[in-house]
Design a protein. Structure first.
Length: 122
């Protein structure tokens, strides 16, 4: 638990309003964080789903890299499971879903991935 003194010091260091650090999250922010937590627990599986969607839409990993501002080698590494970063965030997932016109939106990439306390990736 942070004290208000801690919040004020953090806000000053980050050059932010202390209210911005202590306010409740909006529903959209809660959804984005829930997406990120699920994605972070299942990094390789989520990126493999992105790769499957890309392949289904004849979209190369080079094009995917351009869309997301990432190198092809970074994307390849995370899909293969050689890397655990970057974690796919909601904003990037939404870009991909929009590009492919996926009806499930960003959640397409995490659907059916239930949060598991002791989940281990292969």
């Amino acid at each position: 638990m942070l004290s208000m003194k801690d919040v004020n010091e953090l806000a000053a260091a980050l050059q932010m309003d202390e209210h911005e650090l202590s306010r409740h999250l909006t529903e959209d922010e809660k959804a984005e964080w829930a997406f990120y937590r699920t994605s972070a627990r299942q990094v390789t599986e989520v990126w493999r789903r992105v790769a499957e969607a890309s392949t289904a839409h004849n979209y190369s990993q080079r094009q995917l890299g351009e869309l997301l501002g990432m190198s092809k080698s970074t994307i390849n590494g995370v899909i293969r499971g050689d890397r655990k970063t970057p974690v796919l965030n909601w904003h990037d997932a939404a870009k991909i879903a929009n590009e492919f016109d996926l009806p499930g939106g960003a959640d397409t990439f995490i659907s059916a991935l239930l949060p598991k306390e002791n989940a281990q990736e292969s």
